[in-house]
Design a protein around this ligand. Sequence first.
Ligand SMILES: Nc1ncnc2c1ncn2[C@@H]1O[C@H](COP(=O)(O)OP(=O)(O)OP(=O)(O)O)[C@@H](O)[C@H]1O
Length: 257
Amino acid sequence: MTAVELSGVCWGPKGQADILSDISFAVPQGQIMAICGANGAGKSSLLRLIYRHQAPRKGTVRLMGKDIWLMGAPEAARHLAAVLQEQPTDFALTARQIVALGRLPHRKGWGAGLFASGDEDAAIIAAAIQRMDLTGMADRAFGTLSGGERQRVMVARALAQQPRVIVLDEPTNHLDIRHQLELLALLKGLGLTVIATLHDLTLAAEFATRVLILREGRILADGTPGQALTEATLADAFHVKARIDRTGPTPRFSFHL
Ligand SMILES: Nc1ncnc2c1ncn2[C@@H]1O[C@H](COP(=O)(O)OP(=O)(O)OP(=O)(O)O)[C@@H](O)[C@H]1O
């Protein structure tokens, strides 16, 4: 089954020209897709369409086969969780309380006590906290955590949401190399559909089963890492001279102007 499907999607800010044009692709369940491209290519804008933050100007976005704009926000959130660059402004909440917010779309009544969760919710929240290695800091205020710890809290919140699809905007930002590798390995092991923007092409090549490269709001390449990450497409996408050494177990990228 197709988890996420965009057909003929265009988007631009109100009263302005399109920033994303003619975007079509289908992501089967379980696929790990990296979205790469230069600054301003439209990666975050594309993610905002996928996680139902903004509606396409033309075309449709489908989640588990259904037009995402024919779903309410809670229904979409039961299928899809987003981990974004912008973090919650309520820094006084503890890490555990933020992770607990992931359970909200599953509540019967939205007003039914924000943090008054049942045993099952508490177990799901505890498992997400443990999985993201946050046990020792779960009861600290979010505002007192480091950038990388906060990022892990946001991923734990997404896991607590128990989605089928997880969308991440630059998830490795703020993470040290060990936590980058751990996070990507964990995401890969979840068995979920994962769509992530990544600036680091080496990580994209290792982590993703599919790479979509955007250039000026259009799809420049879409395929396996080997198909999409070529010297020609990278030169085109990033306006640099790219060399790829494929002699080792993983490709090594080098760039110059
Ligand atoms: N709401 C908006 N109003 C005006 N311009 C916007 C809006 N959202 C995005 N843009 C513009 O659209 C283009 C694409 O932005 P987007 O954030 O999607 O790029 P990106 O590929 O994620 O870039 P980066 O790698 O720098 O994060 C940029 O030129 C940006 O300034």
